[in-house]
Ligand binder design. Structure first.
Ligand SMILES: Cc1cc2nc3c(=O)[nH]c(=O)nc-3n(C[C@H](O)[C@H](O)[C@H](O)COP(=O)(O)OP(=O)(O)OC[C@H]3O[C@@H](n4cnc5c(N)ncnc54)[C@H](O)[C@@H]3O)c2cc1C
Length: 269
C-alpha cells in the first residue's frame, strides 16, 4: 500500500495514461477527503481506520463483494490481531483455527507451533478470501467509509505534481466520474495498474513467483497445522525452484497451492 498525496510525481511517466484537466472538468465530480483505490484487505483496513478517526473516505473497488482472490487463505497471528483491532475477532471464531506450520522437505517433517508473544495470539485462522475480504470491506463501510463497488479507478488526476483523485468508471452504470480528494491511497494489489501509471515498478532483480491454486475435498480438512512442502520436484524427481502448501479450510476442503519461482520474467527456470 502506498500513499501518494503530497508526493511529487514524475510528470514524464506514462503520459499516455494521463487525462487532461479540460477533460476532467467536463465529468460529474464527487469530492472526498481521502480516496482509496482498491477494496482488498489493505484498502478496506485503511478505509476503516480513517473513518473511525472521523475522516471522510471513499473506497473504489472494481469488483463486487463477495469476490474471489487467489490466495492460501492463511491468517497469521499478526493478521488475527489486526482483524481483532478492527472489531472482527468474534466473527473470526467461526472459521478454522490452526496452531502452527508443518514444514516438510526431503522426508523430514517439522511441526512449528506459533510462539507465545505478548501482543499476538498463538494461533491463526484459515478463511477463504471470498469471505474475509467481504467481511473487512463491509466493516469499513459500517464504520462510515463510502464503499463504491463496481467502480474502477482509471487514471490519476494530477494537480501541480500531486495526485488529487482519479477518473473512475462506474462499471455497472457505464459512466465516468471524477473523484477529487486531498489524499489518495493506492491499494490496488500486486499488479497495481493504477500505481504503475504513477511510476511504481516491480524490481526485476527480485525473484518472481507464479502460483496455481485450487480447493480439494479432503478428510484432513480440519488439521491443526497449515503445511508447506519445500522440496517441489518435477516428474523425474529433479528439484524445482518453488514450494507448495496445503492449508486446511475446515469446511470439508483444503487449499492447495504450487508456486514456481524464477529470477526474472525472462528466465526460463
Ligand atoms: C498464490 C498466493 C497465495 C497467497 N497466500 C497468502 C496467505 O496464505 N496468507 C497471506 O496473508 N497472504 C497470502 N498471499 C498474499 C495476499 O494475497 C496479499 O498480500 C493480499 O491480497 C494483499 O492485499 P491487498 O489489499 O494489498 O491487495 P488485493 O487483495 O489484491 O486487493 C486489491 C483490490 O484492488 C482492486 N483493484 C485493483 N485495481 C483497481 C482499480 N484500478 N480500481 C478499483 N479497484 C481496483 C482489486 O479488484 C482488489 O480487490 C498470497 C498471494 C498469492 C498470490
Amino acid at each position: 500500500m502506498r500513499l501518494y498525496a503530497e508526493v511529487t510525481v514524475n510528470e514524464s511517466l506514462n503520459t499516455a495514461e494521463r487525462v487532461s484537466p479540460d477533460d476532467v472538468a467536463t465529468l460529474p465530480t464527487r469530492e472526498t477527503e481521502v480516496l482509496v483505490v482498491g477494496g482488498g484487505p489493505a484498502g478496506a483496513a485503511m478505509g476503516y481506520w480513517l473513518a473511525e478517526q472521523g475522516h471522510e473516505v471513499a473506497i473504489v473497488e472494481r469488483k463486487h463483494f463477495p469476490r474471489e482472490k487467489t490466495c492460501g487463505d492463511g491468517l497469521t497471528p499478526r493478521a488475527v490481531k489486526q482483524l481483532d483491532d478492527m472489531g472482527l475477532g468474534e466473527r473470526l471464531k467461526q472459521f478454522h483455527r490452526y496452531e502452527g506450520l508443518r514444514a516438510t522437505a526431503h522426508g523430514k517433517e517439522l511441526e512449528l507451533q506459533w510462539p507465545t508473544h505478548p501482543t499476538y495470539p498463538r494461533h491463526g485462522y484459515v478463511v477463504r478470501r471470498r469471505e474475509l475480504d467481504a467481511m473487512v470491506a463491509f466493516n469499513a463501510e459500517k464504520s462510515g467509509a463510502a464503499l463504491l463497488q463496481g467502480h474502477e479507478a482509471m487514471t490519476p488526476i494530477l494537480d501541480k505534481g500531486c495526485v488529487r483523485g482519479a477518473v473512475v468508471n462506474d462499471l455497472d452504470e457505464g459512466r465516468q466520474m471524477a473523484i477529487r480528494a486531498d489524499y489518495v491511497v493506492v491499494a490496488d494489489g500486486a499488479n497495481s495498474r493504477f500505481g504503475r501509471s504513477l511510476g511504481t515498478a516491480r524490481t526485476k532483480a527480485w525473484p518472481y513467483g507464479t502460483a496455481i491454486r485450487t480447493y480439494w475435498v479432503s478428510p484432513r480438512h480440519d488439521e491443526p497445522w497449515i503445511e508447506s512442502a519445500l522440496d517441489v520436484q518435477d516428474r523425474n524427481g529433479n528439484s524445482m525452484p518453488g514450494y507448495g502448501w496445503i492449508f486446511p479450510v475446515g469446511d470439508g476442503t483444503i487449499n492447495v497451492v504450487l508456486v514456481c519461482c524464477r529470477h526474472s520474467r525472462s528466465s526460463k527456470t
